[in-house]
Design a protein around this ligand. Sequence first.
Ligand SMILES: [Zn+2]
Length: 366
Amino acid sequence: MRFSQIPGLRETKEQLINAVKTNHVAHALLFDGASGSAALPMALAFSAYVNCENPTENDSCGTCPSCLKIDKIAHPDFIFAYPTAGGKKVLSENFIKQWRDFVKENPFAGLSDWLEYIEIKQGNIPVEESRQIIQNLSLKSYEGGYKIVLIWMVEAMGQSAANALLKILEEPPEKTLFLLVTNDSNRLLTTIISRTQRIAVRNLSESEMVTFLTDSNGLNHERAAQIAFLSEGNINRAFEILNQKDQNEKDWFANWMRYCYAFDLTKLIPLADEFDALTKESQRSLLDYGLKIIREIYLECVGAKNLIKLEGDELTFVQKFSRVFKFENLDKISEAISEAQMLIERNVRAKIMFLDLSLSISRLIK
Ligand SMILES: [Zn+2]
């Protein structure tokens, strides 16, 4: 993770970068931010920066062996702990594969997302995990840089785990960094808090969120402002809203194609009214989604299954419809949808355009 991949929060990044540049890195940092904030990404970006072999003025390089290993969560001197469940013998290392995928998918995700991901109801960090960390730290650093211990959701440590951690924080081994990430610092032992330097990771401001959504996610300003308002600076929440939109588009498009296939006017006419009532942006986005799915159906038809990026019920839909669609007409369907998009730009009445498009697709499917 690079600092540059984290939206906004310039003052926090500067604080961390300056600490490294002036050689004032505390041996234990507490990344304190609400669920859905950039607390974990900030700790990850910092880890990479500290051990980077070719850092730039303000960031790690992302290409040196150390950065690559840290990004893959496969650096031998980078030790992770996070909530798990399943008894004393089940520790973080038993979940490392899932953890890598989880962090890669969305480092802004919260504890409930993680528990859902590994399919457990309640997770904690047991005292055995602290013992494991102590044991790992007794070994020599593999690569000569800092050893880093990153504990995610440190508030999930029970009393004895926290006390064991406290002991190492009081007498830290040399060249070891403790990065503690919390979503709820009120639940931490005050003795732990007093042993760490707190790095406050606030939620994004509205303008930081809008910039992030327009620049990195390609949203138009209106939609970005709407999501910024709804998410209240919570990055994970913003992603959820974005994905929910995809979910709606998915269902909507699948239904539309079913009605077209059945040539069911009793469904297509009300759907045209619904389409007519959407904002231009949503209309465009729905048709964009349609083009994307048609492209995937094309790939399925020509046997280029390895190029298909979909999964779950979207993939099932594509597989099913690739048997239904007439292959030689896929191009024409794409053309018809693209043409409809142009008509939307020219302010043609959306209801008529949509009905017309539906009838064309009905003909072309069969
Ligand atoms: Zn590097």
